[in-house]
Write a protein that binds this ligand. Structure first.
Ligand code: GUN
Length: 281
């Protein structure tokens, strides 16, 4: 707590989720779950994320396979790797780390991974299932955010939510998931007019714009729950999209950066991998 603000720790929650997955995997006999992670090129941030995913798999009892391709690899080469992972019986989940080099289409790659192994939830079949309210594999960060809100008994049903940022990885699937929880959803973006005023209508505000400390107190309604998805490297270290110190006295609950949304992404990647594994064994 800071004053009367609840700090929603993703780190603590993610730890519990990972520990439950580990226990569940350990209690099952037979083939363990398998996750294949593909990295094209040597983007330093991607390298860090990929190694964190690899370590998390190892600690949970998931067998991870790393496939590293050089930056100059062609789309055909990448598609051939995906083809062989699609048919590999020991691989339950496939993830191709983004961003990809400009000569490779992320949409074509997302469509090449079989939907049953699409642990990122980026395949058009899974996107369709998400919006239709059907079972499927859905993007890890927004799935983790909904789970965190539930963990803290934050009511979504009937509440007004505003999401700032319309990416395929966070903003759009976040809108679909909040809608599935019966929230009223507004998806705002860089061209939205009167953004602070709109954000002040939200009892749940999701910031996913990638602009450090962009959301200040004028965006926040008293008592609102603020979820900060931003992770920008600044001169003062890692910074979220929300000006934490500025909004703390106004909002009712907030995720910190670091230690908020970040740890959820990996925990729910593991959870998606286990879900894919269970449906295949
Ligand atoms: N790069 C940044 N976030 C993600 C993610 O959720 N999945 C993949 N595949 N790449 C990313």
């Amino acid at each position: 707590m800071v004053g009367s603000v609840r700090i929603l720790s993703g780190r603590a929650f993610a730890k519990g989720v990972r520990s439950d997955l580990k226990d569940m995997i350990a209690s099952c006999s037979g083939r363990p779950p398998g996750l294949a992670v593909i990295q094209v090129g040597e983007d330093p941030a991607s390298q860090l994320y990929v190694s964190m995913k690899e370590k998390a798999c190892r600690k949970t009892g998931i067998v991870s396979t790393m496939v590293r391709l050089e930056r100059e690899a062609t789309e055909e080469e990448l598609l051939a790797v995906i083809d062989s992972l699609n048919t590999d019986p020991c691989v339950d989940g496939i993830l191709c780390q983004l961003p990809l080099p400009d000569h490779i289409s992320p949409a074509r790659i997302a469509s090449a991974i079989v939907p049953e192994k699409d642990v990122d939830g980026f395949h058009p079949i899974n996107v369709g299932k998400l919006w239709r309210g059907e079972e499927g594999l859905f993007p890890c960060t927004p799935v983790g955010i909904v789970a965190l809100l539930k963990e803290h008994a934050i009511v979504m049903e009937g509440e007004r939510s505003v999401i700032v940022g319309r990416s395929n990885i966070v903003g759009k699937p976040m809108a679909a998931l909040l809608l599935r929880e019966h929230a009223t959803v507004t998806l705002a973006h860089s061209r939205t007019k009167d953004l602070p005023e709109l954000c002040r209508t939200a009892s749940i505000l999701i910031a996913a714009v990638g602009r450090p400390r962009f959301l200040t107190r004028e965006f926040i309604s008293p008592g609102a729950t603020v979820i900060d998805v931003g992770t920008s490297q600044t001169e003062d270290g890692l910074s979220g999209d929300v000006d934490f110190d500025d909004v703390c006295g106004i909002c009712g609950a907030i995720t910190p950066v670091p230690g908020g949304v970040g740890p959820l992404t990996i925990a729910f990647l593991l959870s998606n991998t286990v879900k894919a594994w269970k449906s295949r064994i």
